[in-house]
Design a protein around this ligand. Structure first.
Ligand SMILES: [Zn+2]
Length: 311
């Protein structure tokens, strides 16, 4: 077996790890888009470094674009294998990939206008809305905790990574030459004591672990800040200064944490009478997906839900 790294190596976006088995079978772990690397970004996303049509299986750890954003390009360039993901990752992925295709289209239009003025040939968008829609037909979903045989000699298991809804650590058991090799790929790992999600699940020993360490050199607060700090900023900005508090937040994960904190303040009668808005259709769609998977929530929230049902 051979493992090669085609992204998220010496950087933290563009996750793509390729396993080539002795049988020639190829398993790709994640297919992320490189993001935010200035002028280096475009060439990195232009070439995979392998033939997309040669991939038999793609295993997707979670729906964030730096892990999934090149799946439609993989499809466009000939990939017709099976994509394994959890049900929530597929649902969230369908929203995020459509959004990404729209961004690709608009960005390319903008860049090409400038290139035309400079007399340069136009760039082609990485993929279009059709690629993003058609690739959804290749998904097969597997819930957490169920070993699944992909074919003789290849077994797959997802465990909860507690990072975003549906996020998983990926575990493979590869049987070749009379030997079993256990490989675990962390994907992005969530926090203990998350406001909404369950803590990352533990998993069995592996022979090889592929571990992402985006914040490996930083200490994080247990939660994104305290609810008291949020209350203080609301009072300071909206009441004392009579201003508007604008909070930039990622659509998946952070927006829902903020809504949860605002709701908490409201329940405790600590929220002044000011309207608040989620000014992002994408965030609202992502929040709707979250509501479909109550069993992925942490115990604290599940208790509140049971209480609501009983009331
Ligand atoms: Zn992520």
């Amino acid at each position: 077996m051979n493992i090669s790294f085609h992204g998220a190596a010496r950087t933290v976006t563009g996750s793509k790890h390729l396993l080539t088995l002795n049988s020639g079978k190829k398993i790709l772990l994640d297919c992320g888009l490189f993001q935010g690397m200035g002028k280096d970004t475009m060439p990195l996303n232009a070439e995979f470094g392998f033939d997309p049509a040669s991939i038999h299986y793609l295993v997707l750890s979670h729906a964030h674009i730096d892990h999934s954003g090149l799946i439609p390009k993989l499809y466009k360039e000939g990939f017709r294998g099976i994509i394994y993901a959890t049900p929530a990752t597929k649902e969230l992925g369908s929203i995020l990939l459509e959004d990404s295709a729209t961004i690709q289209r608009d960005d390319t239009k903008f860049i090409n206008k400038r290139r035309a003025k400079q007399g340069l040939p136009p760039y082609e968008a990485l993929y279009d809305l059709e690629d993003a829609a058609e690739v959804l037909n290749l998904f097969k979903t597997i819930p957490y905790g169920e070993w699944t045989k992909l074919e003789d000699g290849i077994e797959l298991l997802f465990t909860d990574a507690g990072h975003i809804i549906g996020s998983a650590a990926v575990h493979l058991r590869i049987h070749e030459n009379g030997k079993t090799t256990r490989i675990s790929f962390s994907g992005d790992v969530g926090r203990y004591n998350d406001a909404i999600l369950r803590a990352p699940a533990t998993f069995d020993q592996a022979d090889y672990i592929i571990l992402e360490s985006t914040y490996g050199n930083k200490l994080h607060n247990e939660v994104f800040g305290t609810i008291d700090a949020l209350e203080k900023w609301i009072h300071h900005t909206c009441i004392e200064k009579k201003g508007k508090l604008i909070i930039p937040a990622f659509s998946v994960g952070r927006t829902q944490e903020l809504l949860y904190a605002l709701n908490q303040l409201d329940l405790e009668n600590r929220l002044p009478k000011v309207p608040f808005y989620v000014d992002s259709p994408l965030s609202r769609e992502a929040t709707a997906v979250l509501k479909n998977y109550p069993s992925y929530f942490n115990k604290k929230i599940q208790k509140v839900m049971e209480h609501d049902e009983g009331a």
